[in-house]
Write a protein that binds this ligand. Structure first.
Ligand SMILES: Cc1cc2nc3c(=O)[nH]c(=O)nc-3n(C[C@H](O)[C@H](O)[C@H](O)COP(=O)(O)O)c2cc1C
Length: 173
């Protein structure tokens, strides 16, 4: 029941308060990520990077802006980024699928705890393309950044549950 409520509450947040998220909430979010299903139970093939250093977040933001030729902060003022990286896996797509399962658990847990989030595709691309950034983040050797997201307290505190409907085209056989 609570899971359905978290799903209904979760939405992409694109403006954050300048306030760091509580440490115990971050721990819960990370633990929830680690409870996700992972192909062949290869939890060791994944790595989580929590980025809270303001200067490093600024570098990631600038790197994305440069790459995408954007002028606005693509990280929306978020004070925490979480990046999921993976080693190369023996089956195609396994790395991205694992990272997505971990990330979705973290997004939903954020929603449950009143922490907003948004996946930003450019985070992983920018880190992968920037060797000094990869080094600054201590991404372990052999791991590739796959999905990054912003986490933080939403500037707009209004919470609205969306209706859960089958909106993706589907069929039954
Ligand atoms: C793989 C992926 C990449 C995304 N990249 C971005 C992004 O770069 N910037 C952004 O603001 N939102 C990004 N989003 C968020 C989507 O735009 C958002 O999930 C979608 O519009 C549905 O809205 P909701 O999350 O509020 O339900 C991304 C979402 C996913 C799953």
């Amino acid at each position: 029941m609570e899971t359905l409520k978290a799903m209904a509450l979760r939405k992409s947040v694109r403006a954050y308060k300048d306030e760091q998220i509580a440490e115990e909430k971050l721990e819960t979010i990370l633990s929830a990520g680690c409870a996700a299903p992972v192909g062949m139970a290869r939890y060791d093939s994944l790595h989580l990077t929590v980025i809270q250093d303001k200067e490093v977040i600024k570098k990631v933001s600038e790197s994305i802006m440069q790459m995408l030729k954007r002028e606005n902060d693509p990280l929306y003022g978020a004070r925490t980024l979480i990046l999921v990286s993976s080693q190369e896996m023996p089956a195609p797509g396994l790395d991205y699928t694992n990272a997505s399962c971990v990330m979705e658990n973290m997004l939903l847990t954020g929603a449950d705890l009143g922490i907003g989030s948004v996946i930003v595709w450019g985070i992983a691309l920018a880190v992968e393309a920037n060797e000094s950034l990869k080094e600054a983040l201590s991404i372990p050797e052999g791991f590739k950044p796959l999905i990054g997201a912003c986490f933080g307290y939403a500037a707009d505190t209004e919470q609205k549950e969306k209706e859960l409907t089958v909106k993706i085209q589907s069929n039954r056989v």
